[in-house]
Design a binder for this molecule. Structure first.
Ligand SMILES: *[C@@H]1O[C@H](CO)[C@@H](O)[C@H](O)[C@H]1NC(C)=O
Ligand SMILES: *[C@@H]1O[C@H](CO)[C@@H](O)[C@H](O)[C@H]1NC(C)=O
Ligand SMILES: *[C@@H]1O[C@H](CO)[C@@H](O)[C@H](O)[C@H]1NC(C)=O
Length: 636
């Protein structure tokens, strides 16, 4: 297994994910057949000493009866063990969680106030845990940095009054759901790492041996959370610099009235400094400006579009493009094989090995191939595999990815990293918990996930427009800057703001494939004239608007359409002709009672975006301007 894994890691191949998934299935199955909760608990008990308090744990009864625990300290729900609350029982020995790994329903463990010794139990073996209470024992030693790695459900960690030493483990800072952390009364030393989880409500690190500044993210915590550490400083405790005799005064130009050589010299000095600073700023500005211009020039000189004979549209529309034969730029460099290229320096926290080792979950098979969700250090990322990008040379590919990676706009999902291999590419972006617009429009709904109401839909439509507009201004050389806009490529963040995804890929996708699958090539102009234009994304935007207003899944998204006339635009047109416009709107959409006028206004804009004749179709800026004028109306 070790050898096999090593080989796979060295030469990652397309099957690696399946291998990992098979492996996880295997573990899952083997663990669920490995024996009942009862066996697991009894062996765990045997591994402890002084277990008199656990005399009710006996093989002749079940640990649970419905929601009640038959065994002391066992918390149950619906016949399965959900928690262990072994507190104040005088238990001794070391805690080996390997015995409990098979108990997948276990959400909480408490061993508080016993006499356990030894190192921190290997808590991440129980990856599903929500809370861990180990306070008031004699656990000791350093906690490994990655002790809490990948525990994305963990909310509460209580380690108060033990003998832990060394640094506060960094993996605690990456727990996405952490709400309460108590480390007080140990011997932790070094600096407090930066906890930036918004979920963290309560933290106590008092009575340790910590030093250095308290990270700003914790400055709002109660000051008693930090007491008893001699060398901590910064908010909410005292300031970090020892108070000077004369508090520092911001430099200012002395009053002009004062004369004398000394003050003149001071003025000269200050002026010189100011001038130098100004020059430095100007230089930085000019350099960055030049760089950007160079980037654009470069972009025009060597477009990354690599095309094959199937390109029918190239000649007539968009900026001039140069046709290159693939491979002219491909100089496979051994050292770069198997490397993950990060587009955001601060995100380079994992490498390809971590990615391949991370637990992967198939999210679905999208247009281009499967996508996977991988969890690395409780960062959830989405990895998409593309096999249809192999006509692009290495340098062109790198350049295009860097360009996509440089885009920052609140309505664009940033590309985090990519992996290049001739026959396969991986693109890595963040996982967006709230899912796609398509899911919200067409998925099953319940109380947690109500149908999107009208104000939300309008906000999303406006946000999509902003994202598109930013793509158009930053990728001016692309004919269709997005190219694949549809509701499954619009993700929604926690505040239901849209994030566009899968944008700017037309230059790197093999053309025959793109023409078969991508939204831009489903436009009327491509069907009629075999070309796409700068207004093609506007058509996709229009379809999206109609989809959101009607709640209907557009036939236009399908690869094999049964009836080309049965598309959303025709349907809406037909309904308008029959004077049944009010029946067009999604009947489940709330908040529309007094907004009929606005709904119709937006419907008309959507229709103008879908105008078959490219000449009369709105362009992007016109569409956005008109949409900005639509408001929610007097919603109820
Ligand atoms: C309780 O468990 C039974 C069988 O194990 C299952 O059918 C039922 O749906 C469960 N009920 C709840 C509320 O989880
Ligand atoms: C700890 O457990 C002992 C019994 O083992 C009990 O007497 C004591 O009150 C408990 N302390 C706390 C703080 O719960
Ligand atoms: C932190 O713990 C100490 C004792 O360990 C206690 O005195 C203090 O009140 C606690 N502060 C908070 C905010 O919990």
């Amino acid at each position: 297994m070790g050898v096999r894994e090593a080989r796979l890691l060295r030469a990652p191949n397309p099957n690696i994910f399946f291998f990992i998934i098979l492996l996880s299935c295997y573990f899952f199955m083997s663990s669920s057949f490995a024996g009942s909760d009862s066996d697991a608990l009894l062996s765990f008990k045997d591994s402890l000493s002084n277990t008199r308090a656990l005399s009710s744990w006996s093989p002749s009864t079940n640990p649970c009866k419905g929601n009640r625990g038959n065994w002391i300290g066992v918390l149950c729900f619906n016949g399965t063990v959900r928690g262990l609350q072994l507190e104040n029982m005088g238990l001794k020995g070391t805690v080996d969680l390997n015995y409990l790994v098979s108990m997948e329903n276990l959400k909480t463990i408490s061993f508080m106030n016993n006499t356990f010794t030894g190192a921190m139990p290997d808590i991440k073996k129980l990856i599903w845990l929500r809370s861990v209470y180990l306070s008031y024992n004699h656990f000791s030693g350093e906690i490994p940095e990655e002790a809490f790695l990948g525990m994305r459900f963990l909310k509460k960690v209580l380690l108060t009054n033990n003998e832990f030493s060394g640094k506060i483990p960094l993996s605690l800072t990456a727990l996405p759901r952490l709400t309460e952390l108590r480390l007080d009364g140990n011997k932790f030393e070094g600096q407090i790492p930066d906890f930036h989880q918004p979920s963290l409500k309560s933290l106590n690190v008092s009575n340790n041996e910590l030093n250095g500044p308290i990270p700003p993210s914790l400055s709002k915590m109660d000051s008693t959370s930090f007491l008893g550490n001699e060398n901590l400083c910064g908010e909410p405790l005292g300031s970090c610099k020892p108070p000077k005799v004369s508090p520092s005064i911001p430099p200012s130009i002395p009053p002009v009235k004062v004369s004398g050589k000394k003050s003149v010299r001071n003025i000269v000095l200050i002026v010189v400094i100011l001038v130098l600073v100004a020059v430095a700023f100007a230089a930085a500005f000019i350099i960055s400006h030049l760089r950007r211009q160079q980037g654009l020039l470069h972009e025009n000189k060597t477009p990354t579009l690599l095309m094959n004979d199937h390109n029918k549209y190239a000649a007539s529309y968009g900026s001039p493009m140069q046709i290159k034969s693939p491979e002219t730029h491909a100089h496979p460099r051994r050292s770069e094989q198997g490397k993950l290229f990060f587009l955001w320096e601060d995100r380079a926290t994992f490498d390809l090995h971590d990615l391949l080792r991370a637990t992967a979950e198939i999210l679905g098979s999208g247009t281009f191939g499967a996508s996977y969700k991988a969890t690395i250090l409780s960062d959830n990322v989405v990895v998409k595999r593309y096999k249809q990008m192999n006509n692009v040379g290495r340098e062109d590919f790198h350049e295009h990815m860097r360009r996509l990676g440089s885009l920052t706009h609140p309505n664009l999902l940033p590309l985090v990293a990519y992996y290049y291999k001739r026959e396969e590419k991986l693109l890595v972006s963040d996982f967006v918990e709230n899912g796609s617009l398509a899911f919200h429009l067409h998925g099953n709904h319940n109380i947690d996930d109500p149908v999107l109401d009208w104000p939300t839909r309008l906000r999303i439509i406006k946000g999509v427009g902003k994202g598109l507009s930013s793509l158009y201004s930053t990728l001016p050389s692309l004919v269709a800057a997005h190219g694949h806009l549809k509701s499954s490529n619009v993700l929604l963040n926690e505040s239901m703001e849209p994030l566009l995804n899968d944008y700017g890929l037309i230059p790197v996708i093999n053309q025959d494939h793109a023409q078969h699958l991508m939204m831009a090539y489903k436009s009327p102009e491509f069907a009629k004239y075999g070309r796409i234009t700068k207004k093609t994304d506007v058509w996709s935007y229009g379809i999206l608007i109609l989809e959101m207003l009607t709640g209907r899944f557009p036939e236009n998204y399908l690869t094999q359409r049964h009836d080309p006339d049965a598309d959303l635009v025709n349907w809406v047109n037909e309904m308008i002709k029959q004077k049944r416009t009010s029946e067009v709107f999604d009947s489940e959409m709330e908040g529309t009672r007094d907004s009929k006028g606005e709904l119709v206004k937006l419907l008309k804009i959507g229709m103008s975006c879908c105008e078959e004749d490219v000449e009369t179709r709105l362009d992007l800026n016109q569409a956005i301007e008109m949409i900005e004028e639509v408001d929610e109306g007097e919603s109820d």
